[in-house]
Design a protein around this ligand. Structure first.
Ligand SMILES: *Cc1c(COP(=O)(O)O)cnc(C)c1O
Length: 382
């Protein structure tokens, strides 16, 4: 058994990150300024997006997006229940109704076919989720949203560096990225909205800082002009320069991170082939390229003779950390007790009871993967 604990995720942070942050601190300007502006420009460049706004989290981005679209009581937002809770919480907090769509059993992603039957005249927004690093089949969803005049915002928290039909996620439409420490790149906590609708991004830019009308960083005044005034009441979700400096270094390393993740994921896939209690995820059949954000497996609980929570606890005893992405939102305490809108969710529920994310991060080695495989075999042999 492994001597030391292998976490399920760990950010790769080195001297370049430390130096970049130290330089910002020494400069005396630590809140939003030139670093944040450069991070936005570089991130938009990476995605080939027209515009980007840096924020304190993807959750903050989702909040501003809902506010910017004017979503409130009487409105419906279609999103999978197989997602992180933040999206659904915010829909509720805005007074709107989440309408849950199911997902494909083996990619965990929703599709136009899952979404279409749920559209009503109250539907204002669709928030599908790129899952585990793979891309949604966007074209049919884009067509569906456009045909009904409904807004579409991609939850791209797992999809920094993901490609769909040869294009990076974020280059068209509106997408929200996360830089939480478990994601493919981090800035401690942070998020980014990218969009090809520049007026929309400008509205987000205003809302993220009190609703003030001017946001251009001005070297002379070290910030906005003191005369800036409130155009509409806004929030305070601006990313600091300390965090942005970290994000810029991570963005420069992102493609290396993804290559490392890809090698490790392929090693996992080979080693897992002959473990019949483990059901891997499938990559979608359409043209896409995964950023290998998460390595998710499903436990065949009948064959294994144990449930997923017992399996995770068994791995923990063997010094292997795991994650759970995600527990279906509609089955969590608050949402269980609400009248539920949307479809039956058999695939979501089937997966919610069986999924488990294995350790995957760039600094892992092939030997670490082998340790995970040995631990899985030992847990299943009990
Ligand atoms: C991490 C995550 C979020 C939220 O990101 P934060 O930056 O932590 O707010 C949203 N959706 C999905 C699918 C995520 O994995």
């Amino acid at each position: 058994m492994r001597q030391n604990f292998l976490p399920f995720s760990k950010p790769s942070l080195g001297d370049n990150e430390i130096n970049a942050m130290a330089e910002v601190i020494r400069s005396g300007w630590i809140t939003t300024g030139r670093q944040a502006a450069d991070f936005e420009k570089e991130f938009a460049g990476y995605c080939r997006a027209a515009s980007a706004v840096a924020l304190t989290s993807a959750t903050a981005g989702m909040h501003l997006l809902l506010v910017a679209l004017g979503i409130g009581p009487g409105d419906e937002v279609i999103t999978p229940s197989m997602t992180w809770v933040s999206t659904v919480n915010l829909i509720c907090l805005c007074g709107a109704k989440p309408v849950f769509c199911d997902v494909d059993r083996h990619t965990l992603m929703t599709s136009a076919a899952h979404i279409a039957p749920l559209i009503t005249e109250r539907t204002k927004l669709i928030v599908p989720v790129h899952f585990a690093g793979a891309a949604l089949d966007l074209d049919p969803i884009r067509t569906l949203a456009a045909d009904h005049g409904i807004a579409l915002a991609e939850d791209a928290a797992h999809a920094v560096g993901t490609e769909y039909k040869g294009e990076r996620i974020g280059c068209r439409g509106t997408a929200i990225f996360s830089f939480h420490p478990v994601k493919n790149m981090t800035c401690g906590e942070g998020g980014m909205i990218v969009s090809d609708a520049v007026d929309f991004t400008e509205k987000i830019r205003r809302l993220k800082f009190h609703g003030l009308g001017v946001d251009a960083y001005d070297r002379a005044t070290q910030g906005r002009t003191p005369q800036a005034e409130v155009i509409e009441p806004g929030y305070k979700y601006n990313l600091t320069d300390i965090a942005a400096a970290l994000g810029r270094v991570q963005l420069g390393r992102l493609n290396d991170f993804i290559s490392r993740r890809t090698m490790l994921a392929e090693h996992y896939s080979e080693q897992l082939e002959d473990i019949e209690e483990i059901i891997p995820l499938n990559l979608p059949e359409y043209n896409q390229h995964t950023s290998r954000h998460l390595f998710i497996i499903r436990l065949d609980i009948e064959k294994a003779g144990m449930d997923r929570d017992q399996f995770m606890a068994g791995l923990k005893e063997k010094n292997i950390g795991t994650g759970l992405h995600f527990r279906a939102v509609h089955q969590q305490k608050y949402y269980r007790n609400l009248p539920r809108a949307g479809a039956d969710l058999p695939e979501t529920e089937w997966n919610s009871a069986r999924i488990c994310s294995l350790p995957l991060f760039p600094a892992m080695t092939e030997d670490d993967v082998d340790d995970v495989i040995s631990a899985i075999k030992e847990v299943l042999a009990r």
